[in-house]
Design a binder for this molecule. Structure first.
Ligand SMILES: [Fe+2]
Length: 163
């Protein structure tokens, strides 16, 4: 991927909480993508979508007083497309980033392998929240972790949930 995308993300958020979340999700997405054999174009698209996946949250807060899933998906997709365009090879890749960001909380939507990897990367981070329980982590694992790499990451990060 073009790592200048990270600079653009930092500049967009200007907030440590959003930035560290994005970098953590990007890190997991990179590992899952590599583990699942992604290379080239698809790997670039996944990594770029991970960097920008939450750009709809501050916009949702600003315009609608909420960063809830459907709101941030709807508002975030066009922003992610605009921000990622300089770092992607063509318009089809930009559209795919829009699809990924626009569905990254739609866990029952079948958006293909890249969306599945983005789901898993985001869950690996979000399940660390203090409000999460071992039972909730286990439920999410059973329902939403499908890739071999994502499942093995989960087992390392949340071993208690699989006991
Ligand atoms: Fe996220």
């Amino acid at each position: 991927m073009d790592f200048k995308a990270i600079d653009a993300m930092l500049d967009y958020f200007k907030d440590e909480g959003y930035i560290s979340h994005a970098l953590r999700v990007w890190g997991y997405a990179t590992g899952i993508g590599a583990g699942e054999g992604l290379t080239g174009r698809d790997f670039d698209i996944l990594q770029t979508a991970a960097v920008f996946h939450d750009v709809g949250i501050p916009e949702g807060m600003r315009l609608e007083g909420s960063g809830a899933g459907p709101i941030q998906e709807r508002l975030g997709a066009p922003i992610a497309m605009r921000l990622s365009r300089p770092f992607l090879p063509d318009e089809e890749a930009v559209q795919t980033v829009g699809m990924l960001v626009g569905h990254h909380h739609s866990f029952t939507y079948d958006g293909g392998p890249l969306l599945q990897m983005l789901f898993e990367a985001d869950w690996l981070v979000n399940l660390s929240g203090e409000d999460m329980t071992t039972e909730k982590r286990r439920r999410v694992y059973d329902l939403y972790f499908k890739t071999k790499t994502g499942r093995s990451y989960f087992a390392c990060v949340y071993p208690d949930a699989l006991r």
